[in-house]
Each structure stands twice: as C-alpha cells, then as structure tokens.
Design a protein around this ligand. Structure first.
Ligand SMILES: Nc1nc2c(ncn2[C@@H]2O[C@H](COP(=O)(O)OP(=O)(O)OP(=O)(O)O)[C@@H](O)[C@H]2O)c(=O)[nH]1
Ligand SMILES: [Mg+2]
Length: 487
C-alpha cells in the first residue's frame, strides 16, 4: 500500500506557484506609502526591474548597497532640489514584493511628496493601483492569500485584539493550519485513489477496512476546530451589526449613548425624538459593535417620521442582532408581554438567536414591582428560548450584563492567540466540511469509492481557495482591489 500511495503522490499534489503569472517584465510601480498630510517623514515606494535605475537618476548616485540607508538629495530633471532624505534599496527576491524595491523617505508634506512622486513618474514609473504591491508579493510567492489579506486587516483593525490577531495571521499561523489540513486531505485522497486503482492488493478491501474512515473522521474533526477558530477571527475582524429598536421613548438613544460612552444621540422625553437612523461603532469586551439607533416604531401621519420608520425597518432586516428596548413602566401593559410586543413591532417574532430583549428604566420600579414584573415576563421569555436583560440607561445598572449577554449570544469568546479570518474563509471551510460529510456518507453508506474520491477532490479545491492555491482571477481582483494604494 505504501508504494502505491507514494506513486500517486505526484499526481495528486496541490498545484503550486508555477500557475501564477510571472511579475518580471511588468512596469515599475510607485506610490506614496504613508498617509498624505503633515508628518515628519513621508515614504514613497517603488517596485520593479527599473526601480534601482530610477533611484540613481533621481539622486545622481551611481550605486546603492542593499539594506543600507543612504542619505541623498532628490533632484528635478533640471537639477533643482525637490527634497532630501533616505534611500533604502531591497534587492529582489529579498524584498516585500520579491522584485527590486526602493523606498524614498522624504519629508511628510503634501506638496513635497507629490512633487517627488511626479518626478518618479517622469522617470518612467507607473502609479500603483490599490493592493498592487501586495498582489506582486502574492504572485512572487512572498505571501499567500491569507497573509496578504492579513496586511489589509491589520491596517483596518478596529480593536487591539483584531490588530494582533491579524499580525499573527500575517506571520503565517493561520496559513499553517490550512496547509496542515491540505496535507491531511491529500494523504486521504492518496489512500482512496489507491483503494480504487488497486482493489485486490494484498486481498484487503481498503475502502471497508476502517482506515480511510478513521482518517476521514480525523480530518473532519480538524476542520471543525479550524472553523471554530476562524469564526472567532471573523467576529474579531468584522464585529456585528446591532440595531436598537422599539417603541418611541423606550430609551433606545439613551442606550446608544450609554454603550458609546458619550452623548452621541439626542435624548428627550418627547416621543419621536429620533427621526433618522444613526450609526456608532464601539468596541466592548473586545467585540466591535456597529450600533444603529432607530426611530421609535409607531403609526404616524408625520411624513418625516414615516421615512425614519421605513429606514428603521430596513436596518432591522439587516441586523445581525436586534436589541428590542422597552420601557418597563409603560410598553408592556397588563395584557401584553415582551414577546407579544416583539411580534407587534416586527410583524413576526425574530429568531431567538437574533433578538435580545432589553427591559429599560428598571430604576423607576420599586423592588416589589420589579419582582412582580420579572415573574410575569421571565417565564414566557425563557420558555420560548429568548433572553431578557434588565437595565437602566439612567443609572448604568445592567449595561455590563447586556454586553456580556450580547457576546454570549453571538458566541464571541476569542482564545488568547486568536487568528483573524474573513467571511470568505468561513465560507470555504464550511464548503470543505460539507464535501467531507458527503465523502463520509459515500464511504460508510454506499461504499462508492469513485464518489468518495470526487467529494475529497472538491474538498481540497475549496480548502485551497483560502490560501490562494486555487483562487480564480476575479476573486483575486476583488481581494486586492479592496486594499489601500501603496500596499
Ligand atoms: N428614569 C429613566 N429614564 C430613562 C431611562 N432611559 C431613558 N430615559 C428617559 O426616557 C426618555 C426617552 O429616552 P430616549 O433615549 O430619547 O428614547 P428613544 O427610545 O430614543 O425615543 P425616540 O427617539 O423618541 O424613539 C428620556 O427622557 C430619557 O431621559 C432610564 O433608564 N431611566
Ligand atoms: Mg431616540
């Protein structure tokens, strides 16, 4: 069996970088790599086969030593000085892009940087498009897709935890997990293909001797572990969209202000204060919350308010999580319960995993009232699988519990060493898991070797999309197009 497996190894190996285009022969690109504005230093980066010659022409020097800073003047064509600063030379392939790279570190002023960039263009460089440096790095095998995405995620991170997990993904930790899984899958495919091609070998039926099944199940377990890590990473990166909805005057805007820690929304005792939706992003317990405050839901003749309510309804349908805020002293009358209120407000009861019920203004209830109201409402809420948190936006009581309940509800509990991930990765992992489940069924129920092999091939294909082994050009365009220019 070992010999057969070895002989199949080459045939099933994951295609590697040989399929990528070669970046040599491409234009030399340039872009301002630091934010344009007032600053001590501004960096312009060049990459390509002519970068070195351009640096020589720009500075009048004839040579640069790789990885050594050289202090130079940067000249216009007519010999006037544009600026002075450092030139750093990274000789390909030992550079970020894998090509020759030059960094010009001048002063960080808008005019100076633009003049310097214009001069570099005059010398023949082309403006880099968004993500083009990273794309070249990917194309030259300096980075895989997960690492390239991690660069953009580190730059765009909205919390310290998201930034540090992006840096861990950049260093290759996430890619390593995926590559281990890919190896495991390839190995599994080898065994299955061998079992199909050589069914009578040593008089053993490889498909039913349990070895393939146990290897398959191990791979399935591993995928589930990686999926769980990736889910946390995706929450870290993207956060969740939380919509605050309820009757007018329930305290939605007060809650937004409490969560934001500042007076962001107007709060008055006039019902119908909030007209338009209002967004605020906050990071609480490490989770990024994109909050939307909405107009109170009610029947109204007022044109402006009606438009506001329509917007509220749109936000409600798009929310990852709905916080239904109600006024404990008013909104839930004798004959109605929070669950009935939710049905009235939203037309139908939202799924339990998308709805958190917030009983606000608990400071206005006496202890007796509070107990009575809790007894009345909690049983039904729990029976139906929903959850209520009692808060007072006035005093701040219950706000911490609300945030904890929110994190719990979306399953956010990132491990110490979490790794950033994107929806794209989760999607690919889920598809891989589905193909493996298919393979398992074909193996254990139908003993259909060819179909097992085909499902495993598709599983490998899906998994390979994550690091970019099998990614289509349009997907690459989408990923790199979302980067900033100069990266
Ligand atoms: N006592 C008490 N009053 C509160 C509490 N939360 C909000 N209020 C008051 O309730 C009134 C309405 O609060 P808002 O936050 O404007 O309510 P809203 O739900 O945004 O109302 P609309 O924008 O009109 O839909 C204000 O007078 C608040 O000061 C609370 O926990 N306790
Ligand atoms: Mg409001």
């Amino acid at each position: 069996m070992r010999v057969i497996v070895d002989s199949l190894e080459t045939a099933l190996a994951v295609p590697n970088s040989s399929e990528k285009s070669n970046t040599s022969g491409l234009a030399t690109i340039a872009a301002i790599a630091t934010p344009l504005g007032r600053g001590g230093v501004g960096v312009i980066r060049l990459s390509g086969s002519r970068a070195y010659d351009m640096a020589c022409a720009l500075t009048g020097k004839s040579a640069f030593t790789p990885r050594m800073a050289s202090f130079c003047r940067f000249y216009q064509a007519d010999g006037t000085v544009i600026d002075e600063g450092l030139v750093l030379f990274f000789k390909g392939p030992h550079s970020f892009t894998g090509e020759d790279v030059i960094e010009l570190q001048g002063h960080g002023g808008v005019i100076l940087q633009n003049q310097l960039l214009a001069r570099v263009f005059e010398l023949g460089a082309k403006q880099a498009s968004a993500g083009e440096f990273s794309y070249r790095a990917f194309d030259n095998d300096k980075l895989d897709l997960v690492q390239a995405e991690a660069i953009a995620d580190a730059i765009d991170a909205t919390s310290a935890a998201a930034a540090s997990s992006a840096i861990r993904s950049l260093s290759g930790e996430f890619s390593q997990k995926i590559n281990q899984l890919l190896e495991q899958l390839i190995h599994l495919r080898l065994h299955v293909e061998a079992a199909i091609d050589f069914p009578d070998e040593e008089d053993v039926d490889f498909l039913s001797d349990g070895v393939i099944q146990s290897k398959l199940e191990q791979t399935q377990d591993k995928i589930q572990q990686v999926l769980a890590t990736a889910k946390q990473g995706q929450l870290l990166r993207d956060g969740i969209h939380v919509v605050l909805a309820g009757r007018p005057n329930a305290g939605k805007s007060s809650l937004l202000n409490r969560l934001a820690g500042q007076e962001r929304a107007i709060v008055t005792d006039v019902a119908g204060t909030t007209r338009d939706t209002l967004q605020e992003t906050v990071v609480l317990n490490g989770l990024t919350l994109h909050l939307t405050d909405t107009a109170g839901l009610r029947e109204t003749e007022d044109t402006v308010e009606r438009i506001g309510i329509e917007r509220a309804r749109t936000a409600i349908t798009q929310a990852d999580m709905l916080l239904m805020v109600y006024d404990v002293t008013r909104d839930v009358e004798e004959e109605s319960t929070p669950i009935q209120l939710a049905e009235q407000l939203f037309g139908e009861l939202p799924e339990a995993k998308r709805l958190l019920i917030i009983a606000n203004k608990s400071d206005l209830l006496s202890n007796n009232d509070r107990e009575e109201s809790a007894a009345k409402t909690q049983a039904e809420i729990k029976n139906k699988g929903y959850q209520q948190v009692n808060v007072s936006c006035e005093t701040g009581v219950g706000i911490d519990s609300l945030v904890e309940a929110l994190c719990e509800k979306v399953g956010f509990h990132p491990p110490e060493n979490s790794l950033i991930a994107r929806t794209r990765h989760l999607d690919a992992l889920r598809r891989t898991a589905n193909f493996l489940a298919e393979a398992h069924e074909q193996l254990t129920v139908f003993e259909a070797g060819e179909l097992v092999a085909d499902s495993l091939r598709q599983a490998q294909q899906s998994l390979g999309e994550i690091t970019g082994e099998f990614s289509a050009d349009d997907l690459l365009g989408k990923i790199f197009g979302s980067f900033c220019i100069g990266k």
